[in-house]
Ligand binder design. Structure first.
Ligand SMILES: CCCCC/C=C\C/C=C\C/C=C\CCC(=O)SCCNC(=O)CCNC(=O)[C@H](O)C(C)(C)COP(=O)(O)OP(=O)(O)OC[C@H]1O[C@@H](n2cnc3c(N)ncnc32)[C@H](O)[C@@H]1OP(=O)(O)O
Ligand SMILES: Cc1cc2nc3c(=O)[nH]c(=O)nc-3n(C[C@H](O)[C@H](O)[C@H](O)COP(=O)(O)OP(=O)(O)OC[C@H]3O[C@@H](n4cnc5c(N)ncnc54)[C@H](O)[C@@H]3O)c2cc1C
Length: 631
């Protein structure tokens, strides 16, 4: 059947709420979301099997992104779709995949790693999987309260299976973390299997349509063949066959970190669309006293808040794609047995996931503030977008923890540079910094990129020197590292920013040659604005580590303000170009037709507090007091 999938989904009535989700109880929210999730899953399965076909070339992304409108919050099957299947596809053997990856599978799964006691430090995970060679089974066990799994999305009520990360024991030897497929609920009755204690963890700041859950195992047995065995094996006699690289088990985290960059770009484009469109409708104060009130988008300070959000959305879209392609390349190499590029990919994914999530949540909040009081309304959808993006700063590798991973990589190259050993081309600037081969500052995108590299070198040097000093003072390495950790994270942050600037600028220049001249001009303006914005934000660092002068900074400021003025006439067009449907934006402030006040009044009329002209609490609580006072 040929179907225009977007319209098809939009026309499924049960997917769209009459009562806004905020008015539902915790339980109702879940039940409403899960009803919709299974309708969406059915559509995805039909797409997969070819029972329905795509007629809109943009549909693959739209099926995913339209979910934001359907759930307003999050699809409770996000982890089932985004992590459970992808981990099986990446980490299970060919035979396991043939058995488990059936389109009509009964399994609804989740990814179960974090415990009450351990999230970041996964080597500290306490759940065990002990091989019993007499029965050819693993025994999954939760030894104590802190070992209870805690957080996995969909675990609370929905999942009947999971991929669980546990410490593998064979004949008393611990072989570290491995992934196991475990059924946790009966496929027919959905009751927890014997030896399984499972439930939901309660309301959160966001993600409240997803049933994040807890899970404990009481000596729960699974077949040996349920360990994911593509990269590592346990044979029938208990022989352990090591993986080619001991971090291949962490592959799903790496892939999700890469994917998240593009997802955050999309969240940013939603926030920018809402805030820019609203700013074009909203009038507040004249600029000159004898003039009518102006669109708030005409205030230069408002442009400063918003245009960086438009630009950042493009940055993360471009860099997300760049990382996706790198991931594809490195994965192909790994298939050939070449692990050489894995450390670099991990280092890039860590700092870029950290900075993209932090930037996205800060900029979404900036968009909310830019909408004044109305941005605080749930009906603006900005609070929900914020709650969604800020979670990404923590999940899939916490911000600081990931920056410290990238710092390990930077310090390795600084050590090579300090010892005058050969460096890869992309770190040649470390050597230049040591030799004081400083370029003369140029007030141009290329000059700013060089300036950011000098900051990376300068901050890595400072962190490295502190580390060495701590070591000379007799500290053990880990302690010395902890003492230098503020500087180490600063170096990583700078590294991420320099990558973002360089990749975005180079990709934009390339893209500009392939599009119309007028479009190329706007794209380059946005890219330049991004670089200028961050150069000005980091001018203190540039003064410390590059050859920039006070005059250069003043010139940068002027150019930045010029760019704001140049972008202003295209601002609404730029967010319209994100092409996000009203049904997905779910915002009274950001709809395409600009009927902000009418929509706000329509939404207010849905409040249950407007159902009765006089609320019954008046008779119960207010009247007895106010009438008594009157007497
Ligand atoms: C449908 C599309 C979906 C789109 C996506 C949209 C939305 C998102 C979807 C879902 C999100 C929702 C929920 C999120 C789900 C989760 O949160 S799952 C749980 C995630 N948990 C974490 O991320 C834990 C973070 N911790 C770690 O990753 C590790 O503990 C650590 C910090 C990396 C340290 O590990 P450890 O084993 O202790 O390492 P150690 O210190 O011994 O060694 C470090 C060396 O190992 C290298 N390394 C580490 N990780 C990797 C890796 N993944 N790949 C390659 N190499 C790795 C590292 O470089 C070090 O190497 P050295 O040479 O020693 O420096
Ligand atoms: C919405 C949401 C969904 C989630 N979904 C899932 C899921 O589906 N599956 C799953 O398994 N997990 C999931 N998680 C869990 C998530 O992966 C963890 O919360 C995350 O990895 C952070 O770990 P933590 O909570 O233990 O934080 P902690 O590690 O306890 O961090 C607390 C603080 O300690 C600091 N810290 C910790 N270690 C260090 C260090 N070495 N050096 C310096 N500072 C440090 C951190 O920077 C932070 O400031 C989810 C979490 C959220 C919020």
């Amino acid at each position: 059947m040929m179907i225009h999938t977007n319209n098809y989904i939009l026309n499924i009535k049960e997917l769209w709420d009459d009562v806004p989700e905020e008015y539902l109880s915790h339980k109702e929210r879940y039940e409403n979301a899960i009803k919709k999730a299974f309708i969406v899953l059915k559509v995805l399965r039909q797409l997969h099997t070819g029972n329905i076909q795509i007629t809109d070339h943009r549909t693959p992304t739209n099926v995913y992104s339209i979910q934001d409108g359907i759930f307003r919050n999050v699809n409770p099957l996000l982890i089932h779709i985004g992590l459970f299947w992808s981990t099986i596809a990446a980490q299970a053997s060919t035979e396991q995949q043939a058995e488990w990856l059936q389109p009509d599978s009964s399994m609804i799964g989740t990814y179960v790693q974090t415990e009450l006691g351990h999230g970041s430090f996964i080597r500290g995970i306490e759940t065990t999987a002990t091989y019993d060679s007499t029965t050819d089974e693993f025994i999954l066990h939760t030894p104590r309260l802190s070992a209870y799994k805690w957080w996995p999305g969909g675990l609370g009520n929905t999942a009947n299976a999971c991929l669980v990360m546990a410490q593998l024991y064979i004949n008393g030897t611990c072989h570290g973390l491995h992934i196991f497929l475990a059924q946790i609920r009966d496929f027919d009755t959905h009751k927890p299997l014997p030896g399984i204690k499972v439930g939901e963890i309660g309301p959160k700041m966001g993600f409240n349509t997803a049933d994040n859950g807890f899970l404990g195992f009481d000596n729960h047995r699974i077949p040996r063949t349920n360990m994911l065995m593509k990269n590592v094996q346990v044979l029938r006699d208990g022989t352990y066959v090591k993986p080619k690289h001991d971090k291949l088990t962490y592959g799903s985290m790496l892939l999700t970190r890469v994917t998240l960059i593009s997802d955050l770009a999309y969240q940013l484009s939603k926030a920018a669309t809402i805030a820019v469109r609203y700013s074009a409708v909203r009038r507040q104060s004249p600029i000159k006293s004898n003039e009518p009130e102006r669109q708030i988008l005409d205030f230069v300070s408002q442009q400063h808040k918003l245009f960086i959000t438009i630009a950042s959305s493009h940055v993360y879209r471009v860099v997300g794609l760049w990382m996706w392609n790198s991931h594809k390349r490195v994965t192909a190499d790994i298939h050939e047995g070449n692990m050489g590029q894995l450390p670099e990919l991990h280092a890039l994914a860590c700092c870029l996931k950290a900075i993209s999530s932090r930037d996205a949540s800060a900029l979404v909040e900036q968009c909310r503030l830019a909408c004044g009081g109305h941005g605080y309304m749930m009906a603006s959808n900005l609070p929900q977008i914020y709650a969604y993006t800020t979670a990404a700063v923590t999940y899939e590798g916490e911000y600081t923890v990931l920056l410290l991973q990238t710092a390990r990589y930077l310090v390795k190259f600084w050590r090579l540079a300090a010892e005058h050993k050969p460096l890869p081309q992309n770190f040649a600037y470390f050597e230049d910094y040591i030799k004081k081969n400083f370029e003369q500052w140029r007030n141009s995108p290329e000059g700013i990129i060089e300036g950011f590299k000098a900051i990376v070198a300068g901050k890595t040097k400072a962190a490295y020197d502190t580390l060495q000093c701590n070591l000379r003072n007799g500290r053990e390495f880990e302690e010395a590292w902890n003492m230098a950790s503020v500087q180490l994270t600063n170096a990583s942050e700078a590294y991420a920013r320099s990558l973002l600037c360089e990749v975005f600028w180079k990709e934009t220049v390339q893209l500009s040659t392939k599009v119309s001249k007028s479009l190329a001009i706007v794209l380059e303006q946005l890219a330049e604005l991004y670089l200028m914005y961050w150069a000005l934000e980091k001018h203190g660092d540039l003064l410390l580590y590059s050859t920039i002068s006070r005059n250069d900074i003043e010139a940068l400021q002027s150019r930045y303000e010029e760019l704001l003025a140049l972008i202003r006439p295209n601002a609404v067009g730029l967010v319209d170009a994100f092409d996000i449907r009203d049904e997905v934006l779910c915002s009274t402030l950001g709809a395409y037709d600009g009927r902000v006040y009418e929509r706000m009044m329509e939404e207010a009329s849905k409040s249950p507090l407007n159902e009765d002209v006089v609320n019954e609490s008046f008779h119960k609580y207010i009247r007895p007091v106010t009438m008594k006072n009157k007497l």
